[in-house]
Ligand binder design. Sequence first.
Ligand code: ATP
Length: 456
Amino acid sequence: MEKIVNLCKNRGFVYPGSEIYGGLSNSWDYGPLGVEFKNNVKRAWWKKFVQESPYNVGLDSAILMNPQVWVASGHVGGFSDPLMDCKDCKTRHRADKLIEDATGEIADGWSNEQMYDYIKEHGITCPECGSANFTEIRKFNLMFKTFQGVTEDAKSEIYLRPETAQGIFVNFMNIQRTTRKKVPFGVAQVGKSFRNEITPGNFIFRIREFEQMELEFFCKPDTDLEWFQYWRSFCENWLLTLGMAKDNMRLRDHAKEELSFYSKATTDIEYLFPFGWGELWGIADRTNYDLSRHAECSGKALDYFDPETNERYVPYVVEPSLGADRVALAFLCDAYDEEVVGTDAKGKEDVRVVMRLHPALAPFKACVLPLSKKLAEGAGKIYESLSKEFMVDYDDAGSIGKRYRRQDEIGTPVCITYDFDSETDGCVTVRDRDTMEQERIPVSSLGDYLKAKLAF
Ligand code: ATP
């Protein structure tokens, strides 16, 4: 993990937030390569979940919403984590995480008392100092509050959204009416969410300001479990198509006791991070809970008239919810590789660091390298023409071998070397990041060559 964090910082993927002021704990800024990479992750999601989907449409709703939304959704009353302090070293803990880390037991849906008793009975101690001396467990609401307008009183109090989903639910009627979509259809959204996490950490795995990519898929009652299965494998395939190793993924179905009271089925797609298995993607059959609650609290009907069966019903919802930062981290961990490529004169192993990112996710699709600075004009023309279509880099500093290595480390799938022969034969040497194999191809075919690599 440390290697990945260092690479991210040194190569401009992710910097610690507000660094010159000593930072702000667990806040991170995406640098020049990071913003390209994360945009590519979001684009890859949008491509499969919206652009190529016969069912889904997109939305970009506001972060700030009427506070009643969060009352109806249950977030004001129940979006809290069980907080517990160590009396000796004063470290804050999430009681459910303490239990899970110590025993593997998932404490979702347990009462505070149940958790407290379990911790005592199993002799669970503070991971920081080893003490078993804990405070009571209290509920800590994870929503960030702020004020709208000039007065800071309870009336002007609003929340930063803790998930993007509610913006979709409150727009259900608008979207259905304006798109004239028939159920089943889905609404997809990518955007910032905020949670005042008690125990953020593990780099960009758990942060307080993060991005989500959520789909709310509306379907006819009693077809929900079928659609749940459909989206469950659709999500898994999305990860596999983008090159994630199957061995580093597992699908964990929630047991009956673990399910939210309104959910008929939930599966977490988990990824084996360097610090252990962690939830990547939550896929839940949420029944008609959300639309019914909003209908009840707003007094507006949120139902659907099915022209085929002449029935009126509140659609059921299947929700796959994915964190953009979290899946970006998973892709980085999955792609990171160190490969021994030979030995130097003294017999020391020559190790290259290579990010085997899917080309669609790589920040740069190619890098143009003039063999000599004298070739700047011809190489520059290639760079200029490719950059109209692709994010490409240009590097003329240092030996060609060093330049290849720099690109390997940031995951650039192709290096294009322009040499003296290129001036006369109109060809360049392309070098593949993964195999390091080189071939000579005409400059005129570079566009198609790159396009083929990016397809997924
Ligand atoms: P966890 O148990 O890890 O706190 P959760 O079950 O609360 O997650 P959901 O509310 O289901 O998470 O959110 C859906 C997805 O949003 C998660 O699977 C994760 O990818 C992402 N996500 C949630 N909280 C965070 C966070 N603090 N930082 C980064 N990503 C997050």
